[in-house]
Design a protein around this ligand. Structure first.
Ligand code: A3P
Length: 307
């Protein structure tokens, strides 16, 4: 059944009982002790909140719209901290997947790092404020995250359940990187720290350029010229990214095909705000709305447009 299929490869970690692939246990101490550097830039998020979009933005700003090195896969340009020992994803032996910690340790210049870990499981250097890398956390309407995650879980993990089944898992915090609200508030509640910036997917959709400028200021970059801003904006356009093999996760689809897994669709679906309305029943929406309401009432994260 759909629940036991998932539970088979998941374990609970830390005080917040975060759901992670069991293999992560082998690397837990290494992650704790990972040597963070003050000039690291970390893009953190709950999966499907717009992580890749933000990574491509940060990379483009850092490279000042010079895209010469951009054909390298985003996984290499912007490795994922906890991507260790996940050969089920890629079997071609890339070091940034097999042991991202080692791969990151060997990078000489400034490092751009992606993570889906909750704040409570980040390396000790960050927890204990021994280092203060810049951290950008991306938030998105949980219902759009849910639909996007359903698509992802079917493609990557071969999830066989239907949308109702996935809603059951999502709302009971039984998906990878859950519990959801602890994840969001673990970062959101630190939004006033000088090294933390919160980005919202919906703001990026509404006014991408001003979000690019905000991120570039946060990164303490020299102001972008109009040309640079325009070039970066083009690069971050949904259709451009959807057709760009270095960011559209095509490598996974190719791998799945090699393994003869049936692919159910694209990684980048519609990239829309409120797309959940097309897929969820009214009843399901109401259930989610109650859950959202319960968790954000009386917090500063009260987003009216989520409802
Ligand atoms: P959908 O599944 O709703 O299409 P992540 O990178 O965190 O996995 O997030 C993936 C989601 O971000 C997908 O949402 C994807 O389409 C969307 N996304 C990626 N690039 C985007 C862009 N340039 N513009 C808008 N949405 C984008």
């Amino acid at each position: 059944n759909y629940r036991s299929d998932l539970e088979d490869f998941l374990m609970l970690f830390g005080e917040e009982q975060t759901c992670l692939p069991s293999i992560t246990q082998k690397f837990a101490t290494e992650i704790d002790n990972f040597a963070v550097r003050n000039d690291d830039v970390i893009v953190a998020s709950f999966p499907k909140a717009g992580t890749t979009w933000t990574q491509e933005m940060v990379w483009s700003i850092k490279n000042r719209a010079n895209f010469e090195g951009a054909s390298l896969n985003i996984y290499q340009r912007f490795p994922m901290l906890e991507a260790c020992g996940l050969p089920s994803l890629l079997t071609t032996g890339e070091p940034f997947i097999l042991n991202s910690l080692e791969y990151l340790g060997q990078i000489k210049g400034q490092r751009l790092i992606k993570t889906h870990l909750p704040f409570s499981l980040l390396p000790k250097d960050i927890q204990l404020q021994r280092k203060s890398p810049k951290i950008i956390y991306v938030v998105r309407n949980p219902k759009d995250v849910f639909i996007s995650y359903f698509n992802h879980t079917r493609i990557i993990d071969g999830f066989k359940g239907n949308l109702e089944d996935f809603a059951d898992l999502f709302l009971s915090d039984s998906v990878v990187f859950a519990p959801f609200w602890k994840h969001v508030f673990g970062f959101y509640n630190r939004k006033d720290l000088p090294n933390v910036l919160i980005l919202k997917y919906e703001d990026m959709k509404k006014n991408l350029k001003s979000e690019i400028v905000r991120v570039s200021q946060f990164l303490e970059e020299k102001p972008l010229t109009d040309d640079e801003l325009t070039l970066i904006g083009r690069r971050l356009d949904f259709n451009f990214m959807k057709n760009n093999p270095s960011v559209n996760h095509q490598c996974f689809s190719d791998e799945m095909k090699r393994k003869n897994h049936q692919l159910e669709g694209d990684f980048m679906k519609s990239g829309s705000v409120g797309g959940y309305k097309r897929e969820m029943t009214d009843e399901m929406v109401q259930k989610f709305d109650r859950w959202i309401e319960e968790n954000i009432t009386d917090t500063e994260l009260y987003e009216k447009y989520w409802f």
